[in-house]
Design a binder for this molecule. Structure first.
Ligand SMILES: Cc1ncsc1CCOP(=O)(O)O
Ligand SMILES: C=C1C=NC(C)=NC1=N
Ligand SMILES: [Mg+2]
Length: 216
């Protein structure tokens, strides 16, 4: 990864909002627009879990949210679904250890932003070798938004990755709120990624503004 691209990715990761239709109290398009007004720097469409949309309904929502991001100049990332990301010409894709291997995704999506969830130094080194642009580390704190989340790791996972010389852009995830966001950055992450602190907020724009203030 060039140093220019690394800095660009670090900027994008500052306030990384993730959501799907099941995470929102209000209409997802409205929630995304409010979050963008509140200052998010990156968006991930993660349509997953009980009650999530599939097939054409999922694609239609993805297209609407992609349009909102395009109009606002915010990169649009799709979780898991490499085919959909390529079909919609998304700006990036995020995959976990159980998804298609990062090197195969990189072959299908040469110049996309590629994020990989990792939990060990070994997984991180493999992701970096495969061409990842950033790593998602967590869950840092207990989360209500992912029913098959690994055990809570706390901030030490970020600190350990940095101590072991992992210099790739890192975003923390899992139970992050405006109360603990600063700690995640001080532990060595370039940004925070989250679902419920924004998607489930009564005032989405204000929640996004509060989180943005906590990380810049
Ligand atoms: C996708 C994901 N990966 C680890 S925790 C998590 C969910 C984060 O959601 P929240 O920000 O609501 O805790
Ligand atoms: C599981 C995940 C971890 N990290 C990020 C950024 N997104 C995800 N979907
Ligand atoms: Mg996944």
């Amino acid at each position: 990864m060039t140093i220019y691209r690394q800095h660009e990715i670090e900027e994008f990761l500052q306030l990384y909002f993730i959501m799907g239709s099941t995470n929102c109290k209000k209409d997802p398009v409205y929630v995304l627009k409010q979050a963008i007004e509140g200052g998010i720097t990156l968006f991930q469409f993660r349509e997953k879990g009980v009650g999530s949309l599939e097939g054409l309904k999922k694609k239609k929502l993805a297209e609407k949210l992609h349009r909102v991001c395009k109009d606002a100049g915010i990169p649009f990332i799709i979780n898991d679904d490499v085919e959909l990301a390529v079909e919609l010409d998304a700006d990036g894709i995020h995959i976990g250890q159980e998804d298609l291997a990062a090197n195969l995704v990189r072959e299908k999506a040469a110049d996309m932003i590629l994020g990989v969830s990792t939990h060990t130094i070994g997984e991180a080194e493999k992701a970096i070798e495969d061409g990842a642009d950033y790593l998602g580390l967590g869950p840092i704190y207990p989360t209500i938004s992912k029913d098959d989340a690994r055990e809570v790791s706390g901030l030490t996972i970020i600190e350990n990755f940095r101590k072991n010389g992992i210099t790739i852009p890192i975003v923390g995830i899992g139970g992050i709120t405006s109360a603990n966001a600063r700690d995640v950055i001080q532990a060595g992450a370039n940004g925070i990624s989250l679902i419920s602190a924004i998607a489930a907020a009564d005032d989405v724009k204000k929640a996004s503004e509060d989180l943005k203030r906590a990380v810049i």
